[in-house]
Each structure stands twice: as C-alpha cells, then as structure tokens.
Design a protein around this ligand. Structure first.
Ligand SMILES: [Ca+2]
Ligand SMILES: [Ca+2]
Ligand SMILES: [Ca+2]
Length: 667
C-alpha cells in the first residue's frame, strides 16, 4: 500500500464516530469502576446470585445456569468513547476452588459479541493465572497470553490480586506481597476498541469455564496501578478498593439522614430583587450568571457560584530580565516548585522560581543568543533544553540539554548537540520512546537545511540523531496526537528569497515521520495546537510577508494569521478562521472555567514595536472574537500558567529587558 493510501485508511479509522477521536480524553471515569456492582441487578443480589460468608467475609457465588446474567455492555463504563484504557489495573478478591489440572475458570472477560472475539480476559488454572488480550495489526488479530506461575490461589483462603498493565509491562501483586513483573513482546494495545462489547463476570460468555468460587471484589481502575491505593494493608488478603454495597456490613450501619424539616423554599428569577426582612431565607437565581443567592440579614449571599469567567487582566509583576527575552517555558518540578526558564538574547539566560506569588531569580545559565527553552522528563529524569542561535566564543555552534540535579537543586549540563542557528526544541514521546526535534534555522546564509529529530537511547542515555527533515528557516516545531496518531508540524519562515513558503505537517508511520499536509504560510513563527471539546485546531502565527522580487509591494507585517481545524471527513486541516495580526510570533491557548481563549503575540506593525497583543474568546459558531487588547512592546512569547492562587499569563519582549506577568481576574 502506498503511503498516501495508508494515511487515508488510517484516517478513516479516525472518522468512526465515537471511536478514537477522543483518545486524549479518557473514555471512562478515572475512578475505580466496580464491575461487580455494575453486574448486579439494581435491586440487590437478585434471585440467582447467592451471598456466602466464609472466614468472616462475604462473597458472591455466581449463578451456574446463565453466564449472560452476569454481564453488562462495555458502553456503560466507556461512555465517552469506545476504547479500553491503555493503562489500567484490575483488582480481584476471591476465594478460588481447587481445580483439577488442565481445567480453567474465567474471572472476567470482555467479549466482542458479534464476532465472538475475546478482547480481554482473566482466567486461572491450578498452576497459573492468565491474562489474555487481543492485539490487532495489519497482519491480523492475535490472542496474546501473559501467564503468572503459581499465584497460590487454591488454599481455600481469600486472596486479593492486583494486575497492573501498562504497554508491555504486566505486574501481579498477591495480598500486597512483592510484585511479579512480566515484560511481554506484545504490548497491551494503546487503542483497544470495545464498541459493541460486553463485560462478563466469572465467564467467557459460555457455560464452559464458569467461575465456581466466591468473588468479593472486582474492580477496574483506568489509568493507574491500584497497588499504592490498597497496600500496605492490615488485612492484605481482603484489601479493599471498592466492593458492592451488598457485601459491606449491615445495611442499618448506614442510616440515611432524614431532613428534619422542609424549608419554605421560594426562588425568584429575573433581576436582583430587594433583600428585605420579608425576603429573609428566600432564594434569588441569577440566570445570566448561573448563580444562586440566599437573602440573609438584608444581603444576598452567593450560595451556588457560577463558573469562573474572565473579566479582565491586570498587571501582577514586572520582571526585569537583564536582557531582551525570546522564549519562555513555564514548568513545575514535583516537590520543588514552579519555574519559568527565560531565553535571554545576551550571554546569560535565567530560570526564575515562583516564590511568594512572584517569579524570583533562581539560576543563571550561560547561553548564546538563546531562542527558547523546552522542559521534558524521561522517567524520573528532568531535563531542560536550550536552543542557542549564535556560536560560542570559539565560534562553535551547539545547543545544550541540561538535567535537573536532585542533589544540587540546579540544572547542570548533560548533552551538547551541534545545531545551526537553533530556534526551537520540541520534546515528545511516541510508542514509549522519547524524541527531541530541533528547528535549525539557517547555516550561514542558507536557510534550506535539515532540521533533526533525535531519539533517546536508553542504553547510551543520550539523544542520537534519528531522522532529518528538510526545512526552510525553521522556527518552531509542535507535536500533538489525534487518537492513536502522532503528528509533528514545522513552521518554516524563509527560503532565501521569500517568506511565502509552505510549512509542513508530518505523521508518524512505521517508525518515521512522513509528510501529511502542507500549509502556505508567511514567515511562520509558531504553531499552536489546541482542542475545544472534541475539535482539534492548529493556529499558525504569520510574522511577515516578504519577497525579494516584489519587495516593495509585498513587504508587510500586518497580515493574517490562520486557525485551521481538523476535518476528519476530509482527512485534513481546513481553514477555520483568518485573524489579522501584526507580525505575530506566538499563539497561546488557555481556558478559564468553560471559556476558551487565544492570545496572540503581536510584535511589530512596520513602524513600531509598540503594538497591542489581543486576547480572543471562543464564541462557538462565531469563532474567536477579540475581547481584550493588551499594550505590549516587541512581544515575543506568551505562556499561560496556574498556581493555587489563580491563573496567570506571562509574556516576554524581544525588544526590552522586561517580561510581565498578568493575572486573570475572574468572577
Ligand atoms: Ca515549539
Ligand atoms: Ca505557541
Ligand atoms: Ca508560548
């Protein structure tokens, strides 16, 4: 199959309603999902199920006659989309019967009914516990079995098992003991579709292999390993994450509090009424703001606050930076705090730490016309990569990756990489492997050079060149995922004669990035990907329209930047909105409550660097509408961040040594 054909096929998968399009959002709640409670009839145990008490704890004995009675549709749990989580754990508390050799009993299965395929299953024999799953690729569907030897279940005791699954790693913990880890060649699928499938408790939909023991707990925890939630436990054999009501203590333990009296509730609608004595203890609902107020002592008191709304932005901090600043990168280090790395044009860049509600200088790092910083992690390792635009004192050109020292609490140099007027680093993960892509802007006067994607070598513990991509004055890389697909988009600014060049979007296919779509851009400086509900957008910041041949007519900074939207049917990004900008260098997307915003860094109007940057609000079918105008000077980069105290924006100036932090005032 040719590459474009294959793309088409892959993207058609994206078009399947309810499938895959929302993979970045979990398909189910991320709380423990009690499968037993789900399978029980709503009125309690029902006729066929028996509650049996053994060794002081109760369990359910499943009905022998009908396997179907103990099942429910997968869509009940995965209501947002039809994908089983890529990472999860299953917690089982059971009292297993002794089985003769070669006999197997099923604890749990997920079956695609139409084609009678076992998508996932847990069964055990006298010597082993087997976890089964279906993995599909171009060659077909494969049943994979991961087997744990002698989990020691057949001693007539209660036991609690936690099976944690993450990609190719399968871990089993019995009674909070030491984990048994298995690395399998075939990883658990990243996107296992369970559309039209059913969960079967204690069976594989048929009478053969029916579970004949007692089960007390059967929980699916999407997204994480349940072990730390259960263990250590004083009663490890009966450690509990969630068990059905019917198996918990006596029902009268949980007496429902009865309301002592019914208040005389009256709710007034419309504009704010008077809150006089006569209104005391009455409610007023402000429909416009979705707020409920109670009249208490002559004042309306907010009872149910509406969702936060952005009212205005106020200056929170002026941060003198010692030099003009290009890129900003805000990141957190767990247990240490919130930081911003600022790429200073002059010889030293700085990292600031959020301290008592302000950024204060934390660490200085020698850089060479630094353009941007990128923070990323690999396992527990924390890195920060700088893109150096200029050569060092010896005329050597390189960019540097720094690693956080947990001992020194500072970043220290880790790896140097030869780059060419580097503008940007992008860090990302594909199929469990870590990558870094550099935007090489030019080599001498030549803008048409290669940018490079590096791959982390776990053996060498270094990044090694993995793929080169031809770029023209590359300025920015942006990585994103849509469903199971990984994309990388480059902003190309200049090909030596014109800023009217194509910027390209690449898709990861069979181990490398391949061209997916090209966009005509004008000195593109930034791509920003963002999502609004299930819609995916890409915004490009066009900085400059310039052409050597038609220089006079075309040299312009006041041009449109463009927002594109992924059209799944067209299998392409299509133009959604033109936004007039003044040499736009950056887009930043952020949300406040249920509202979504874009702020653009306008840097130059052809005469002056003193131009307003604009905040746009998402207004549904109207698209993005300008709502705030912020005076900025040579604005280069915007970043949004949150602290416990509130939400903020920070921007840098490429033309003065001053960055500013703005606070979002909400109501
Ligand atoms: Ca970038
Ligand atoms: Ca951006
Ligand atoms: Ca930014």
């Amino acid at each position: 199959m040719s590459a474009p054909r294959m793309l088409r096929v892959l993207l058609l998968l994206l078009a399947t309603p309810g499938c895959c399009t929302q993979r970045w959002e979990p398909c189910s709640d991320l709380r423990p999902l009690d499968l037993l409670a789900e399978a029980l009839p709503p009125d309690g145990t029902g006729g066929a199920v028996r509650t049996v008490q053994v060794h002081g704890a109760s369990g359910l004995q499943l009905p022998a006659a009908s396997a179907r009675a103990w099942s429910f549709p997968a869509s009940r749990l995965f209501f947002r989309c039809g994908l089983f989580p890529a990472e999860f754990s299953i917690v089982v508390t059971l009292k297993a019967p002794s089985l003769p050799p070669k006999k197997n009993e099923y604890l749990l299965t997920v079956v695609a009914e139409e084609r009678d395929a076992l998508l996932l299953g847990l069964r055990y024999s006298s010597t082993q516990l087997h976890f089964l799953f279906l993995s599909e690729d171009a060659a077909g569907a494969w049943q994979t079995r991961v087997s744990f030897r002698s989990p020691g279940l057949m001693d007539s005791q209660w036991h609690t098992l936690v099976l944690a699954v993450s990609e190719g790693s399968f871990s089993l913990v019995v009674d909070c003991g030491l984990p048994v880890d298995i690395m399998a060649d075939v990883p658990f699928p990243a996107a296992l579709s369970v559309r039209g499938a059913r969960f079967f408790i204690g069976s594989r939909r048929r009478t053969k292999g029916l579970f004949t023991g007692l089960v007390r707990q059967l929980v699916l925890l999407p997204g994480s390993d349940a072990t730390p939630r259960l263990c250590p436990s004083r009663n490890a054999q009966l450690a509990e994450l969630s068990i059905p009501q019917v198996l918990q203590g006596k029902p009268d333990d949980k007496e429902v509090l009865k309301c002592p009296h019914e208040a005389d509730m009256k709710v007034t609608l419309g504009s704010r009424p008077l809150c006089t004595k006569a209104q005391e203890a009455k409610f007023w609902f402000n429909a416009a703001r979705k707020e409920l107020h109670l009249c208490v002592g002559g004042q309306w008191v907010s009872v149910l606050a509406g969702r936060a709304k952005l009212d205005y932005l106020e200056e929170h901090q002026r941060l003198p930076t010692g030099s003009e600043t290009l890129g900003l990168e805000v990141f957190g280090i767990p247990g240490v705090g919130l930081f911003v790395a600022a790429a200073h044009r002059k010889a030293t860049s700085a990292i600031y730490k959020w301290t008592d509600g302000k950024f204060v200088s934390y660490q200085s790092i020698r850089t060479h016309q630094a353009q941007s910083w990128r923070h990323f992690t690999i396992g527990r390792k924390i890195f920060l990569a700088v893109a150096n635009f200029g050569p060092d004192e010896k005329g050597q050109e390189f960019s540097v990756i720094y690693k956080w020292s947990h001992r020194k609490l500072k970043f220290t140099p880790y790896q140097r990489i030869a780059t060419h007027s580097a503008r940007d680093w992008e860090a990302f993960e594909v199929d469990g492997e870590h990558f870094l892509a550099v935007a090489n802007h030019r080599e001498g006067d030549n803008h048409n050079i290669n940018s490079v994607i590096y791959k982390w070598s776990p053996r060498a513990r270094l990044f090694e060149a993995n793929q080169t991509i031809a770029t023209s004055g590359a300025y920015d890389w942006e990585f994103f995922r849509v469903g199971p697909y990984s994309f990388l988009v480059v902003a190309n600014t200049f090909n030596g004669t014109s800023t009217r060049v194509h910027s390209h979007l690449y898709i990861w296919l069979l181990g490398s990035f391949r061209l997916f779509q090209s966009f005509l851009t004008f000195g593109a400086a930034d791509w920003e990907v963002f999502r609004i509900r299930d819609r995916v957008f890409l915004a490009v910041a066009n900085s400059h329209s310039y052409d050597v041949e038609t220089q006079l007519r075309n040299d312009s900074y006041t041009i449109n930047s463009v927002i594109y939207e992924l059209n799944v049917t067209a299998q392409a990004f299509v133009k959604f909105q033109d936004v007039p900008t003044c040499s736009a260098l950056d887009w930043e997307f952020f949300s406040v409550g249920e509202d979504h915003f874009l702020v653009v860094a306008n840097s130059f109007d052809g005469d002056s660097f003193s131009v307003n940057s604009i905040v746009y609000r998402w207004q549904g079918y109207e698209g993005f509408v300008a709502v705030h105008s912020l005076p900025t000077f040579g604005c280069r980069d915007w970043e949004a961040f949150d602290t416990t105290a509130g939400s903020y924006l920070i921007y840098s100036s490429a033309k003065e040594p001053l960055s500013r932090v703005l606070r979002l005032r909400t109501s």
